[in-house]
Design a protein around this ligand. Structure first.
Ligand SMILES: Nc1ncnc2c1ncn2[C@@H]1O[C@H](COP(=O)(O)OP(=O)(O)OP(=O)(O)O)[C@@H](O)[C@H]1O
Length: 225
């Protein structure tokens, strides 16, 4: 997925934010990404989303290089993956149903009636399809965000602190649903979180520090060093 990838921001010349990083995910594997504030977690997701071009190295998703694509190809690539944001990023004038199907329709796909019914039922928002985002609770809005990220059957979902605005119980519900749905659909999920409790839902946990990734117990030591 990452092959010797590096990012150096202006003013960070001494210490790359992402430093010669390499890692791979198996199909359907889920990864929780932890790290101190400013360690580069969002930068790493932005690289994978094709929103940022690395200074060195390559990024490969679904056996194809993300690096080296044109602006149009990157826009098309971004429509093929799923993104879940901390601030939900729902379109205020659109109903829940139209929000969920927004990216799906951009991809020119046929109406996914059965899948829409299945996924919204699993997420407990099937009775809210005609509501507007402001009529929903935060937890419900994020479940709409998850449905939107999954309905077009992406191979990769990136979630940047998706429960940062939710209380602990709702955070656990949302992350449990998201990881279950991704597992059922064999979708790679990478979630940035500050919560070790939420990271426990993931088989694989990495810690980002000084531009490098550390695994599991090795990472817990590195992050507190
Ligand atoms: N566009 C940019 N230009 C210059 N520096 C940037 C830019 N974007 C991020 N940075 C710097 O890169 C570093 C990593 O930022 P990033 O947002 O990836 O961290 P993070 O681990 O997601 O932090 P947090 O947990 O606080 O959200 C920070 O020092 C940040 O100031």
């Amino acid at each position: 997925m990452f092959n010797r990838t590096a990012v150096r921001w202006d003013g960070h010349q001494q210490q790359a934010i992402i430093n010669n990083l390499s890692f791979e995910l198996e199909d359907g594997e889920q990864l929780a990404l932890l790290g101190d504030s400013g360690s580069g977690k969002t930068t790493l997701l932005n690289l994978l989303a094709g929103l940022l071009v690395p200074d060195d190295g390559r990024i490969i998703v679904d056996h194809k290089a993300v690096t080296g694509r044109s602006v149009d190809q990157l826009a098309q690539y971004r429509r093929s993956i799923g993104l879940v944001f901390q601030q939900y990023q729902l379109l205020a004038p659109l109903t829940v149903k139209d929000n969920i199907l927004f990216q799906y329709r951009l991809n020119g796909l046929d109406s996914p009636d059965k899948d829409l019914a299945d996924i919204t039922e699993r997420l407990g928002i099937n009775h809210k399809l005609n509501a507007l985002p402001h009529q929903l609770s935060g937890g419900e809005q994020q479940r709409v965000g998850i449905a939107r990220a999954l309905i077009h059957r992406p191979s990769l979902v990136l979630a940047d602190e998706p429960t940062g605005n939710l209380d602990q119980d709702r955070s656990l519900d949302v992350v449990r649903l998201m990881t279950d749905l991704c597992q059922e659909r064999q979708v790679n999920l990478i979630m940035v979180t500050h919560s070790h409790q939420l990271a426990d839902f993931f088989a694989r946990t990495h810690y980002l520090k000084n531009g490098c990734l550390y695994q599991d117990s090795e990472g817990k030591e590195a992050i507190h060093a």
